[in-house]
Design a protein around this ligand. Sequence first.
Ligand SMILES: NC(=O)C1=CN([C@@H]2O[C@H](COP(=O)(O)OP(=O)(O)OC[C@H]3O[C@@H](n4cnc5c(N)ncnc54)[C@H](O)[C@@H]3O)[C@@H](O)[C@H]2O)C=CC1
Ligand SMILES: CC(=O)C(=O)O
Ligand SMILES: [Mg+2]
Length: 562
Amino acid sequence: MNQKQNKPLHLSHAGPKLLDMPLLNKSSAFSEKERLAFNLEGLLPPRYETIDQQRERAYMQYQACTTDMAKHIFLRDIQDTNETLFFRLITEHIKEMMPIIYTPTVGEACEKFSDIYRSARGLFIAHHQQDRIDTILHNATKRNIKVIVVTDGERILGLGDQGVGGMGIPIGKLSLYTVCGGISPANTLPIMLDVGTNNPALLEDPMYMGCRHPRISQAEYDVFVDKFMQAVRRRWPKALIQFEDFAQTNATPILDRYRDSYCCFNDDIQGTAAVAVATLLAACKVKGVAASTQPLVIVGGGSAGCGIAAQWVRSIQAEGLSEEAARAKVYVIDRDGLITTRATNLQGFQQAVAQDLADFDGWNGDYAPGLLEVINSVKPGILLGVSSCAGLFSEEVVKAMHQHTAQPVILPLSNPSRCVEATPEDIYTWTKGEAIVACGSPFADVELNGRTLPVSQCNNSYIFPGIGLAVVSCKARRVTNNMLMASSLALAEASPLAIHGKGALLPPLSGIKLLSVEIAKRVAMAAIADGVAPVRSEEEIQMCIEATQWQPEYREYRRVAS
Ligand SMILES: NC(=O)C1=CN([C@@H]2O[C@H](COP(=O)(O)OP(=O)(O)OC[C@H]3O[C@@H](n4cnc5c(N)ncnc54)[C@H](O)[C@@H]3O)[C@@H](O)[C@H]2O)C=CC1
Ligand SMILES: CC(=O)C(=O)O
Ligand SMILES: [Mg+2]
């Protein structure tokens, strides 16, 4: 426990009200002295329990749930009743429960949000409330907010517009800020900006709990988001704001608008880029090749794909390539094929990844080359998918990769599991176990010809908890490209396969909290070097991080007069 948690907490709340406060509730773990002091006598069964006894019971109940959705609902219920117990349980069973509170099950939970809704969490801010945002922020049940994850629900994983149901994502991401990064749940706030939905099934669903109208116009939207950002600045001027699962048309423009004036980042653009670059650097080390020698093909030229391209270019420039030469190594393919300078329908952020067809060796067609044509022409070492298009990496595509490269790196990163471009089992089978594979959602290890082939989960969840921990503990004012690159390097250096020549490409989830500390230290140093955080020594950074990290332990309570 950090020093603060070791000290008794002085409270004026008492009686049933205390049991209804998820951040403070200890349930059967209230001691005799506390039950007397807080008027809890008779409200609980007589036996006093430790948090681990409570955890054992909760795990028994969890195991009795017969579907992943039932398990998700069960865990969310605990979270809404007793946050300390929730985090104790998840921490103890992280590998088993992360797929339940995060991808893939959180995707289904967003789709069924209104059907499974139980109790209030976070803030819902609807467009028609745009002049009362300050009041709404003051209504939050938590006061000292340091990390906000906000969505408008328009691009939830690869599942499209989920309207108000998108709230499942900020809730899940913030749970990981605590489990993986050690940020206290008292300091986190999920926010859903309800600007309507263009999902016809939701608009017609009698259970749908969001605003029942199509998404508002772009002009209204921009004003609304701006009012939200300004209100957050007034209420919590130092909070880190993570933009999550915004649609392509809004994700980059919002980031560009606020990144220099707010402490914010877009997880799908920047967090994904950081984890993908880390994974690719580790894979290149495993292959024994310089990253700058490996042509990279990215399928899905949206927020994630173009974000990855941009950070990969910066990363291989560090190996001595000019920006032009680095860009020439990255091929981004969208629905209409390779993104080229000839395309007339590109979004602003896609222009930086456009290839000049004149440089495209051997190409004579009058249309943009497709995936197989690019692979056969470029002979890439790496293929990465962020298209949300299940099965896009067909046997022919994967075998073409393998034909040109003995050990192809193939990363189907789309979420949730059902959107994956190819399953790891298929990729390993088609490449005789020679590919290096990682996916966005969790997949079981693959057994092939007597070998066990591990499948790492290349997900931004490796990155954002460490970024958050660095920002909160070292008081960073911005999230810079160098901070993101620092997180990539720290993660790449922790790759078991790259270090030991065996094991998984990315570190195990069991050590994620320690890994987040390592990532946070490197990120904090980059923040200091960039002049966006107060200068501190490495020792001081370590102390700040330790003092910030919250543990799922109960504190002693002492009663004070209200
Ligand atoms: N593993 C991870 O950590 C992360 C994974 N993702 C996943 O990546 C996917 C994309 O996310 P965003 O880039 O934010 O979405 P986006 O909507 O901005 O981009 C998706 C792009 O894929 C393109 N696309 C669709 N079908 C295609 C096809 N058949 N061939 C080529 N391109 C095609 C679309 O035109 C679009 O430009 C989602 O499934 C998301 O869950 C996103 C962020 C993090
Ligand atoms: C992981 C994540 O952020 C996504 O799939 O959108
Ligand atoms: Mg996301």
